[in-house]
Design a protein around this ligand. Structure first.
Ligand SMILES: [Zn+2]
Length: 84
């Protein structure tokens, strides 16, 4: 194995690891692994641009909050099942 091949392999694996991590963070691990594996750096960019499935917008103060939360941490109003 020559040096440039090792470099590109490391480069590719780096993006693969990052997209896997981003996918995990966004509660979408399978998509992260697949996009990173198939598309490499482009998959990572696509993943970073995709919307976060874990987060929603509070109906009262329109802040980004967790979809599962019962009370909005920002405005402290009840927002259960109202998060958009
Ligand atoms: Zn709120």
């Amino acid at each position: 194995m020559d040096e440039s091949m090792v470099f590109w392999l490391g480069f590719y694996l780096c993006f693969f690891a990052m997209s896997t991590y981003v996918g995990f963070k966004k509660n979408n691990l399978v998509a992260g692994v697949l996009l990173g594996y198939v598309l490499g750096p482009i998959g990572l960019i696509l993943l970073l641009m995709s919307s976060d499935r874990k987060q929603g917008t509070c109906p009262h103060c329109s802040q980004r909050i967790d979809r599962q939360s019962y009370i909005c941490p920002k405005c402290e109003q009840k927002c259960y099942k109202q998060v958009i």
